[in-house]
Write a protein that binds this ligand. Structure first.
Ligand SMILES: NC(=O)c1ccc[n+]([C@@H]2O[C@H](COP(=O)([O-])OP(=O)(O)OC[C@H]3O[C@@H](n4cnc5c(N)ncnc54)[C@H](OP(=O)(O)O)[C@@H]3O)[C@@H](O)[C@H]2O)c1
Length: 261
């Protein structure tokens, strides 16, 4: 390091920026003094030892690594020159080409954490520009491993696709859970009992899968091979277009992500 502040986060008043900053501090990736945070209307309440500024260019000038965490719609109005800096964007759908042309940065990485970053359980895919070095990728991984697990993916297309998949956080498990609960309630089960039953089903399954990891398809096959009541449900759900509905939903998410850019 050159003695400059190590990591700057633009959009520091926002939810994700604060989540990332807290994870970095909690895991000791940086100290407050090695952080710079820029904000627009809401001054970050904590982090008094960090450089807090409304001037994002001041942040860029002070840092080697700049995390862009403003909403896609606000990116257009962000005026920074980040030539020579490592720029990591968590903005959904904004391409590296657009970031390069707006910021003059050459080394760009895109990452897409999800809401579970708040509890250290995010899954974060990362894609790097061809100009990024192993060190750039390693630093980016270190940042997002503070928030959970992280993989490098091959293309922006894959990152945009995963934005609609893992970027969803609890959305799809909740969708399934809501459908299960609605069916249980329609069968006369009390709503509070149905809610508790489905909640515990999801939470218990998550813990079980974490404790005894197996490929998902293997878990499904074990139930199907058992040929019991659950096999009847799985087969009927699949015959009624379960997999196709998931695939079409993810296709729609990808189209929406692309439209943000
Ligand atoms: N939330 C998630 O789970 C999640 C997951 C993955 C990726 N992302 C991405 O992360 C980014 C931030 O999302 P978020 O949920 O944290 O949104 P957010 O809470 O609205 O935070 C965005 C922050 O950026 C600030 N901002 C806007 N323009 C700025 C500027 N020129 N200089 C400094 N700060 C500026 C906003 O300030 P004001 O307070 O003035 O509006 C706001 O505090 C988005 O691009 C989103 O696509 C979010």
């Amino acid at each position: 390091m050159t003695g400059k502040l190590k990591i700057g986060v633009i959009g520091g008043g926002g939810w994700l920026a604060q989540t990332i900053v807290k994870a970095l501090l909690a895991k000791g990736v940086v100290s407050e003094r090695e952080l710079a945070i820029s904000y627009r209307s809401k001054t970050p309440a904590d982090f008094s030892a960090a450089l807090l500024t409304r001037d994002s260019q001041q942040l860029v000038d002070a840092c080697e690594t700049v995390i862009l965490s403003v909403r896609p719609a606000d990116f257009e109005n962000l005026r920074i020159n980040a030539a020579g800096k490592r720029v990591i964007s968590v903005m959904a759908g904004i391409s590296m080409a657009r970031i390069a042309s707006a910021t003059q940065a050459l080394c760009i990485l895109r990452a897409m954490p999800n809401v579970a970053a708040n509890i250290g359980y995010s899954y974060t895919p990362v894609v790097a520009s061809s100009t990024a070095t192993h060190a750039d990728i390693a630093i980016t991984r270190k940042i997002f491993e503070a928030c959970g697990q992280c993989d490098e993916v091959k293309s922006e297309e894959h990152l945009d696709y995963l934005t609609g998949l893992t970027g969803s956080g609890p959305a799809y498990p909740a969708l399934l859970a809501a459908a299960l609960k609605a069916d249980a309630v329609a069968r006369g089960i009390a709503p509070d009992v149905a809610e508790r039953a489905v909640f515990q089903l999801l939470v218990g399954s998550g813990h079980l899968m974490e404790k005894d990891p197996k490929p998902m398809a293997e878990i499904v096959r074990e139930f199907v091979d058992y040929k019991g009541a659950i096999a009847a449900a799985i087969t009927t759900m699949q015959e009624n277009g379960f997999d196709q509905a998931v695939s079409r939903g993810l296709q729609a998410a990808l189209a929406k992500v692309r439209s943000l850019g």
